[in-house]
Write a protein that binds this ligand. Sequence first.
Ligand code: GDP
Ligand code: MG
Length: 370
Amino acid sequence: PEAITVQELAQRMAEKAPAVIKALMGMGVMATINQTLDQDTAQLVVEEFGHKVKRVSEADVEEGLIGDEDDAGDLRSRAPVVTVMGHVDHGKTSLLDALRKTDVVAGEAGGITQHIGAYQVQLGDGNKITFLDTPGHEAFTQMRQRGAGVTDIVVLVVAADDGIMPQTVEAINHAKAAEVPIIVAINKIDKPGADPTRVRNELLQHELVVEAMGGDIQDVEVSALQGTNLDKLEEAILLQSELLELKANPDRNADGVVIEAKLERGRGPVASLLVRRGTLKVGDVFVAGAEWGRVRALVDERGQQLKSAGPAQPVEVLGLQGTPSAGDDFAVVENEARAREIHEYRQEKLRSKRTTAAPASLESMFSAIR
Ligand code: GDP
Ligand code: MG
């Protein structure tokens, strides 16, 4: 049942088709490029080329992608990845905008101008913090459901004039479920009705005990509108990140997560990637979900072209053959043949998933007609 054409076989081995045809001839098989070979013949050809026969399975794919664990000695500190959550209108977008402006390299490079799903600020002391700039619980939960736990720290925004609201509680629950530490940003302290103490008391009801009350939750009073205490909030994030001992090996093939992806006119499929470990370079061949590509260009949130991107660095990548989904993992692989192999395997899996899902949707269609 597992037939393969001469061309496909050549591609998978990263060999030229005429070379495969020649090898077949040597085995007494006259074949054309589009001819289908049975599994035994294919296996003989593969061995003839000195490749190992590998049957693709999900475990194999995952194992190949995950690769070896890093030696402790290769690990370097990396920037924390932060998600801002909180109730609607409590100031998530305003806070992300205000934090963006604290970037010290903004002046020279023209500032953070592009939306690529995340941005990294460099602080005066050289420390860096990565912010996912798609606030909202859905994105966070979706990523987590796909096993993409990219967030190290949640900044919970609570408006001091409004206190804990339903979506605040939701955010607390999401962070707890993901076992991600929370820092509370008590926002809008410039407003006349601001009551930060009330916020701290309300937090108690959700088992969040701030440091002033003897707990270990950091809280910072801020005003996103006036830019008050943003440095204190960033200090709190860095302190938390030190406690977490966030580290990654920058000297390996990159892997990480797709934070956004879309098809752009004139640019083709574009994905924003967050590197988890390793360094992504121009020219690298990679898989992202069921898609693959070769890195043609890397662009950061300042619109600058990069040659490479390291751990916790968000970057926009061009050169994909298709558009992956947010939350998909990506990983650099050894060559195009391997990338195509994983791509085909995962596309096939997606197809079979869709086919098995069909009866259910047909059924609901019928009940809708009835
Ligand atoms: P989001 O829904 O959580 O993203 O909230 P926004 O950032 O859109 O803010 C909602 C409203 O609150 C906007 O009108 C903001 O200008 C305002 N706002 C946000 N932060 C502050 C603040 O620190 N002080 C005051 N006075 N208003 C703020
Ligand atoms: Mg908003």
